[in-house]
Ligand binder design. Sequence first.
Ligand SMILES: *Cc1c(COP(=O)(O)O)cnc(C)c1O
Length: 394
Amino acid sequence: MSPGPMPQKGKFMFKQRLFTPGPTPVPEEVLLELARPMFHHRTNEYRKMLEQVTKDLQYVMGTTQDVFTITGSGSAAMEASVACVVAAGEKMISVRGGKFGERWSELGVAFGAKVVNLDIEWGLPVTAQQIADALKANPDTVAVYITQCETSTATVCDVEAIAKVVAQTPALLVVDGISSIGALPFKMDAWGVDIAVTGSQKALMLPAGLAFIACSAKAWKKISTTKGHAYYLDLKAYKKALTPPEWDNPYTPANLMVRAAMKALSMIKAEGIEKIWAETHKRAEAIRAAARALGLVVYSKAPSDSVTAILVPALAEGKTGDDLAKTMTKDYGVKPAGGQGKLKGKIIRFTTMGYTDSWDILAAVGALECSLAKSGYKVEFGAGVAAAMKVLAS
Ligand SMILES: *Cc1c(COP(=O)(O)O)cnc(C)c1O
């Protein structure tokens, strides 16, 4: 098989392009913040930083509620939102339509909750009607746990419609927005979301290490009267520490990461969140158009704009999607993600979140074309790139 039209990996000059849906690329200006001198966190300097970060996160999440910054990956905020909300023996509904929905269920089990699993076929979004039916059948539910973008299947659900349903009941709506907040429209207060969680390494242009969580007044009522399971992740401690004029964390924060977050969030704010949503949508449309032009199929029936999953076509000699992803990475420097769980080897995923631009998209599609050709799939070179360019130039 010919190596394809593009130069292959050189020894010294080989540019790496990261397309995994977390971590995602981080701008140099943000990385440089991590290289600046260490400073102490019980200082006015730090409190000002955390105040700014908190306010900018409120802007990104669309809320006037406190947003707490936890040291940990996104799952730390997920854990806090179960451990502080659902007492042992209380009932929660967990929507399972992929790997991250499963995490909600596992957290519930870990803390002794009565978990009602709402299983959704992978690649389909949960609907407001399904949530309404589940709540009707389980009126004693204290919280409903959903995933705005199920990253493992690249599927988005209608959080606004679901929030309307949950708001009519005593239950709280908890949204995993780890791969969506900052990339897809999300309006916590306007939609009536009770708890929103996200993490630093997806749409927010940061390395992994910080988790963020915001809670509505309805959520606080539940949290303050619940015998929870948390110490380090006890949200009451975070609230006490943050309440102005404190602007503080209960334990030693990852202060360099907070400084980097201040930089990344200031860039997001300067760009404007609506503009970022629109640009992210366009990049996702471009990748989807490229896939179709190459005769490929987008996996999800409700594709997210923050990550795209493409079904891997029949390749030579039993090669799987993981082999295809490996070729893209090793020979062309483009690193997509493969599939998780039952989708392992069957899909490849490309992020369109955060610090990714139009030229990155064209590089990814070009590398996909070359790698498909190398793997025995018939490719008309340039068909995918042309389709992507048409979208990006529109
Ligand atoms: C990445 C991701 C997580 C897990 O976050 P960690 O930062 O790895 O703990 C949870 N939910 C979704 C939807 C994700 O994309």
